[in-house]
Design a protein around this ligand. Structure first.
Ligand code: TEU
Length: 513
């Protein structure tokens, strides 16, 4: 039911500022709806815009049913829903259900040991070994309560106690409020953590997780809306359980994102992408997984893929086109993160003062404690920080890339003078137009795309063979051999010709004879 959809992710804070306060806003999104629609988008996923002290850019919610004035009003949000709908697009809301902000009324009351709300959070007399994803212990002592509360993320993001039925009921009511307003899809932030059993050191995919998911579905979406769970490093079995039989429609597994890390977990210790490992990952998820895959090349939580896997300078446009050809011709639902469609790159900042992200700032301190020198730390951060993708959208070559007339909350990347939407759109061979072409093809030929594929690697060239077509993609900056021979019609090519050898970062797709 929800297959072959294209979802465009917006990070509202960085998309388009219409008030000049330096933050993107909902009216700014409305202003760009034609731009999004023209790409061929079905759903627009907005990272959280509800009330929040913004310690984690809105993933710390203090009121689930009020739009933060930073972004506009509930009426603006309603207008966005209506105007998107008029263009055939649906709004997907980001639901942060694992934790609230410490500024949420519930937590404030819990701190006062209110008999109802105390039990909305998770308390222990002493911390145990669970660590926060943002570094350090996941337990913080509350003087008011005289106990430690759990926060799997920042200490300003206390974890909700899903074992308490009253918490679950309040959450269902909140989701139904937004469904009534016309929201037609949901992205569920770190949903795999809600079934945690902290006293047993269980965080992800806990014993009651699937039961909670089913109850959530039954009381809210009822399988009628597109739902995508956010998970990291999921196994096939875990994914199947979540996205099967009245759970979620699909989930991000992000296994390919983790291939750059030395141990498959710690993002600050990276290694080069091994193409063979990437092929194995694609093979598993495209051929063995029986549900719908959420295909994703980027998000607000990861550096730009062209900057870490390919080349974001000399071969920037070729690299962007290579990525969308590869991911766009795989089976599932396709997620595009703002800016990918014009080939935006990492910020590559080597000065810690430029960064805003709480995870990055925590990591900076932790890496220092671990004995790394400043230069090494900044190299790691420039490659991996989430701020690389959170920078303002580059609309044109005027000051601040046309994002704001004020001071942007996060600096604009210097390359906006030549990497920007206006310039890209006026180029017949631009990235945006290429994206359009891939998306159109995908919609028209999904029966070809849905077929199983064989993935292989040879000398830095990835090959994806499907019954109807073959793709070869050169992941290196050298010319490489290919074995396409004098095959059929060329469906896609990010260079003007197909020569005997593939050019650096060239991708070619041909129809099989
Ligand atoms: O992300 C969850 C998450 O696991 C990431 O923060 C991840 O740990 C990190 O980027 C990789 O090390 C979600 C949101 O997408 C993220 O923006 C939030 O910060 C986080 O949850 C807390 O809500």
């Amino acid at each position: 039911m929800f297959e072959n959809k294209v979802i465009y992710q917006i990070y509202p804070k960085s998309f388009n500022d219409t008030t000049g306060n330096g933050y993107g806003d909902i009216n700014g999104i409305i202003e760009k709806l034609d731009y999004i629609q023209d790409l061929g988008v079905d759903y627009i996923w907005l990272s959280p815009c509800c009330m929040s002290p913004q310690k984690d850019n809105g993933y710390d919610i203090s009121d689930y049913v009020t739009i933060d004035p930073l972004f506009g009003t509930n009426e603006d949000y309603q207008r966005l829903i209506t105007q998107a709908k008029a263009r055939g697009m649906k709004i997907m809301m980001d639901l942060v259900l694992n934790h609230t902000s410490s500024e949420h009324e519930w937590f404030k009351k819990a701190l006062q040991k209110d008999p109802k709300y105390y039990d909305y959070y998770i308390w222990q007399d002493a911390p145990n070994a669970i660590e926060s994803f943002f570094g350090g212990s996941a337990w913080t002592y509350s003087k008011e309560v005289g106990k430690y509360y759990l926060h799997l993320f920042d200490s300003s993001q206390p974890d909700l106690n899903w074992a308490n039925p009253a918490v679950r009921k309040d959450i269902y009511d909140m989701i139904n409020y937004w469904i009534d307003k016309g929201v037609e899809g949901f992205r569920l932030d770190v949903i795999y953590l809600i079934g945690k059993e902290p006293d047993k050191l269980i965080t992800g995919h806990g014993p009651k997780f699937i039961e909670y998911l089913k109850e959530l579905n039954e009381n809210t979406f009822q399988d009628k809306l597109l739902t995508v769970g956010e998970c990291w490093g999921t196994s096939l079995e875990e994914q199947y359980k979540m996205c099967h039989d009245k759970g979620l429609s699909e989930a991000f597994h992000f296994n390919h994102f983790l291939l750059n890390t030395v141990d498959g977990k710690d993002k600050w210790h990276t290694k080069e992408l091994d193409l063979k490992e990437l092929c194995d990952c694609f093979d598993t998820w495209q051929n063995e997984y029986t549900g719908v895959e959420a295909l994703v090349t980027g998000s607000h939580d990861a550096p730009r893929m062209i900057s870490r896997w390919l080349n974001d300078t000399q071969y920037r446009m070729q690299s962007s086109k290579l990525l969308i050809t590869l991911f766009g011709l795989m089976a599932g639902d396709l997620y595009i993160y703002q800016g990918e469609e014009i080939g935006m790159t990492n910020a590559h900042w080597h000065d810690i003062n430029k960064y805003n992200d709480v995870e990055t700032l925590n990591a900076y301190e932790l890496l220092k404690e671990q004995g790394f020198d400043e230069k090494t730390i900044m190299e790691k951060i420039a490659f991996t920080s989430r701020d690389n993708a959170r920078v303002p959208m580059q609309w044109n070559d005027t000051s601040n890339a046309g994002f704001t007339t004020g001071n942007p909350w996060l600096d604009v990347v210097d390359n906006y003078t030549h990497v920007n939407a206006l310039r890209d759109l006026t180029n017949e061979l631009g990235v945006y137009k290429y994206y359009q072409k891939v998306i159109k093809f995908r919609k028209e030929h999904y029966d070809w795309i849905k077929q199983k594929a064989k993935f292989s690697e040879d000398n830095g060239v990835l090959k994806m063979e499907k019954p109807k077509f073959t793709l070869v993609a050169n992941f290196t900056d050298q010319k490489q051999a290919h074995d396409l021979g004098s095959t059929g019609d060329v469906l896609f090519n990010n260079y003007s010709k197909v020569e005997k050898q593939l050019m650096p970062y060239q991708v070619v797709v041909v129809c099989n004879k």
